[in-house]
Design a protein around this ligand. Structure first.
Ligand code: HEC
Ligand code: HEC
Ligand code: HEC
Ligand code: HEC
Ligand code: HEC
Length: 379
């Protein structure tokens, strides 16, 4: 892994220049604060508040903010206007989104529409999405301010309207799909056909609003790499010790991707790896598959590019990977099999000074190894 540099900033420079701001028609009803929904939709509000959608803005997500800083720095070095093109997805409700994106204005944490990130009103007023190569515009927001869903309730104290885009993943793909002909970054690939809601918006107990006759609602937690419950569901791992017939034994492991997209996602800093360590009676290591080196490259699930190296060893949608390790005959008393997930691979932290600084400042998530599977064999 040592030679791989993750060129996130370079990729963002290429890709974001094609994006344009959302269309907020003249005379459209103003956005409402997400907080205003909380009294009548308490369960949904709580879930949203805990999600990365409420923390996506440059003011709330330290890792995003760090990479934005590095992006503006490298644009300046290249003699170009940096701006904050990230706003299209990370801060889509900002009042001055056009100016933020083209760099004539800079983010200001005192403005609530910046602070909200992907707020309730943004998703529920998104009427259409523009796809395709040019993407002159991403979302068009409705003018009358009605809240859109696929299944319009009979009555509500505010305007509601039906929109088929909400039934599956179409709405999500406005921000999560690769922008054609540009570098794919921050995106989830190979998932176009699947319904994002079936996994990311499971039904949860509790009515969707205080006056609703329904007893369950679509969860707005929408967890991914920042959500350990979602991470636990990502893989199925079958690990077994088998006899080889001539007195030997092997440790056989099968790792299956349960998500309907690649694992991890195409966000270039994510990585996961299978860690196998055998110990003797004194808990000394006898064997290790040496996770982050290239010795057992298949045991590392990631996509890498830059520094003259590029490979894609993620588990693709529906993908399975099998491993077989011979167990030494003498002295092995226990073996621990783990799958570790990292939001930011070590090499990405090293190669981006802004992330190194975040790590040194004690940020908890940046350098964390999340154990998403663990099994111990005792001999
Ligand atoms: C005064 C209470 C109240 C407030 C404030 C409120 N809602 Fe509602 N909303 C309701 C009720 C009641 C329904 C109908 C629920 C039902 O019948 O299941 C509803 C329905 C909805 C629906 C349709 C849900 C479905 O069944 O698919 C959406 C979407 C929605 N509200 C979004 C919002 C958003 C976004 C906000 C804040 C900007 C908001 N609401 C603020 C009470 C409220
Ligand atoms: C087209 C939409 C879009 C644009 C534009 C965009 N991002 Fe993202 N970004 C996303 C999505 C979606 C994710 C979540 C990806 C995931 O979790 O796999 C994300 C995640 C990230 C993360 C990881 C954050 C964390 O806490 O784990 C960083 C860092 C990031 N983006 C930086 C940027 C920067 C810097 C820019 C602008 C220069 C930018 N993004 C522009 C959609 C976008
Ligand atoms: C307006 C743009 C936008 C839309 C629409 C959108 N997302 Fe996101 N989503 C983001 C951004 C930006 C992030 C990354 C936030 C960060 O890490 O800073 C994100 C993060 C996520 C994550 C990762 C959360 C985690 O725990 O790391 C999941 C899962 C997700 N979104 C699912 C969805 C689903 C499902 C939908 C459709 C119902 C959807 N998103 C619609 C912008 C969007
Ligand atoms: C079959 C279930 C399933 C479906 C369908 C699904 N996902 Fe996921 N997704 C997961 C699980 C489980 C995770 C947590 C593992 C992870 O973070 O990679 C996840 C993670 C994510 C992440 C964070 C990835 C990361 O590692 O940073 C994003 C973003 C995401 N999903 C978006 C989507 C979008 C958009 C769709 C629809 C096009 C979708 N998902 C459909 C199960 C699913
Ligand atoms: C990332 C986009 C996104 C955000 C942000 C978002 N929603 Fe939703 N919401 C959806 C989608 C998609 C559905 C499913 C609609 C459907 O099934 O037609 C939904 C469903 C709902 C429902 C109906 C739930 C049910 O099961 O009957 C309500 C009510 C609602 N949202 C309110 C809110 C409120 C309030 C907020 C903010 C606290 C919010 N939403 C934030 C995308 C979003």
């Amino acid at each position: 892994m040592r030679n791989i540099v993750v060129f996130m900033v370079a990729a963002v420079v290429m890709f974001s220049s094609a994006l344009a701001a959302h269309d907020f028609p003249q005379g459209a009803a103003p956005y409402e604060k997400s907080r205003r929904c909380s009294g009548c939709h308490p369960a949904v509000y709580k879930e949203w508040e805990s999600s990365m959608h409420s923390k996506s803005s440059v003011h709330k997500d330290p890792a995003h903010s760090a990479m934005y800083g590095e992006f503006t720095g490298s644009m300046k070095d290249a003699g170009k206007e940096g701006g904050y093109p990230c706003a299209a997805c990370h801060m889509p409700m900002a009042e001055n989104i056009k100016e933020l994106m083209n760099g004539t204005d800079t983010p200001n944490g005192n403005l609530w529409r910046e602070d909200e990130g992907v707020g309730c009103a943004f998703c529920h007023r998104a009427e259409t999405i523009t796809g395709g190569k040019d993407r002159k515009r991403l979302f068009t927001i409705n003018k009358d301010g009605a809240y859109l869903t696929s299944n319009k309730p009979e009555k509500a104290p505010h305007a509601v309207a039906a929109n088929p885009m909400f039934a599956g993943g179409e709405l999500c793909m406005g921000c999560h799909s690769p922008v054609e002909s540009q570098s794919a970054i921050c995106l989830t690939e190979e998932e176009g056909q699947s319904n994002c809601l079936s996994c990311h918006m499971e039904r949860k107990e509790g009515p969707p609003s205080i006056e609703s006759a329904k007893t369950d609602h679509a969860s707005h937690e929408m967890g991914g790499g920042h959500n350990i419950t979602a991470l636990f569901k990502a893989l199925s791992v079958n690990a077994k010790v088998n006899e080889t017939g001539n007195g030997g034994k092997t440790l056989d492991i099968e790792v299956i991707n349960n998500t309907s997209h690649s694992f991890p996602s195409s966000m270039p800093m994510r990585m996961s790896y299978l860690k196998v360590v055998a110990y003797d009676a004194k808990k000394q290591v006898i064997f290790s598959n040496d996770k982050e080196s290239s010795e057992d490259g298949n045991a590392v699930f990631m996509k890498a590019s830059g520094g003259g190296t590029s490979f894609d060893r993620r588990l693709l949608s529906g993908g399975t990977r099998a491993f077989s390790y011979p167990i030494p005959n003498d002295g092995v008393k226990s073996i621990i099999v783990e799958v570790i997930y990292r939001l930011f691979q070590s090499q990405a932290i090293i190669s981006h000074p802004a992330l190194t600084a975040l790590k040194n400042a004690g940020d908890k998530e940046i350098d964390a190894n999340f154990t998403i599977y663990k099994k111990e064999f005792i001999f």
